[in-house]
Design a protein around this ligand. Sequence first.
Ligand code: ACO
Length: 436
Amino acid sequence: MQDDTPELVKYATLNIPGHDPIELPVLRGTMGPEVIDIRALGKQGYFTYDPGFVSTAACSSRITFIDGAKGILLYRGYPIDQLATKANYLKVCYLLLKGELPDKEQYTHFENEIKHHTLIHEQITSLFKAFRRDSHPMAIMCGIAGALSAFYHDNLDIYDPEHREKTAIRLIAKIPTLAAMAYKYSIGHPFIYPQNKLSYAANFLHMMFATPSEDYEVNPVIARAMDRIFILHADHEQNASTSSVRLAGSSGANPYACIAAGIASLWGPAHGGANEACLRMLEQIGTTDRIPEFIARAKDKNDPFRLSGFGHRVYKAYDPRAVVMRETCHEVLNELHIENHPILDVATELERIALSDEYFIERHLYPNVDFYSGIILNAIGIPTSMFTVIFALARTVGWIAHWTEMQEMPESRIGRPRQIYVGKTLRQVKGGRSRL
Ligand code: ACO
């Protein structure tokens, strides 16, 4: 089979009493489980019911593969741990967008293109000033990302591949500038402009921590850790925020508006907001002797509390990103000579207890990527409210890669789920006359 056309392997027969048997094609991709193609069911008068899309593939995709049972994550076929240790974020961006790792010449060209677009339209700075200083930076990011379409409307023909590429470059280049501006605005500091001689990650740290009166010397170990956080968050197939981007984009909406939809979806504590929630939880626990109390709460069905940073919809084995993130976490703490870090002590003990507790073992609840990323970001000096912004920054390439792929796929249609209606049956307003 071609790598972008699922192969028809057999037919499944659906027997519904009172209805002729319905033959449904069973498709196979290049990897992963076989998939029953139910597209014809609607015409037979039936819908499928799958809240949370637990058993539903909404599209076919060439970008990212996850085997949750085995703890495997591949970007365009390459294992995440190899990319995290042997590539850098911009190479991974190129890979996600174009399908192959760049050669030297392609990389230089791509990096130059990104650097050429790091500045934002100066008028966007006035938009920031319309927000309250104490706004959550994710609220600012939702608003500003959508507003970009008002500034860069010269390349908004979604059917033109050159326009799509230009938009992808602009988004990847500008999002760190906007993220750092959201932070600077919240602390009342002047915005710091990008320094294109720096690497992508180092430039972000510079925009976060330099001031007009003081340079910020970027520590290469910290820049590398930041780059790794970006790589590990760059894509994760059809998660809630990527699906939001695809759904918004399926109507033909402009890509900046779609990215704003992705940012909004990512903000929730069950998704990208988990790294912020996790750090706040570790702070709330405070000392290791309080861990049993929180473990008991996590297990109590009458208590909505969950251990943030544990569990994943898809991974039922150790999250492969968490393995790399754990190592990076220790590198950063060593580099910064942080030994007796109370948050890390709580995190280490929490991880130990949860991994040996029957409740967590039975439900395959392992620490996820957010469990460690929060500790690293905290050690670097990034405020907790910026954690999800950094996730959004890194995931922008995944969102735009999926949005682009969707535009290129002939199977793409407007997304329109159905429902089981369980509300009132037909009734009349007093004095009303229905034609039904
Ligand atoms: N703490 C305690 N119990 C949990 C947790 C947790 N973090 N996560 C799941 N469970 C339990 C559930 O109560 C349920 O128990 P039951 O079978 O006795 O009813 C069982 O494990 C299965 O949980 P579901 O909610 O069905 O799993 P789902 O796939 O819907 O949820 C999710 C996945 C949202 C990630 C969940 O594990 C969670 O809320 N985790 C905490 C938030 C978090 O860390 N999110 C980050 C995800 S990674 C990312 O976005 C990068």
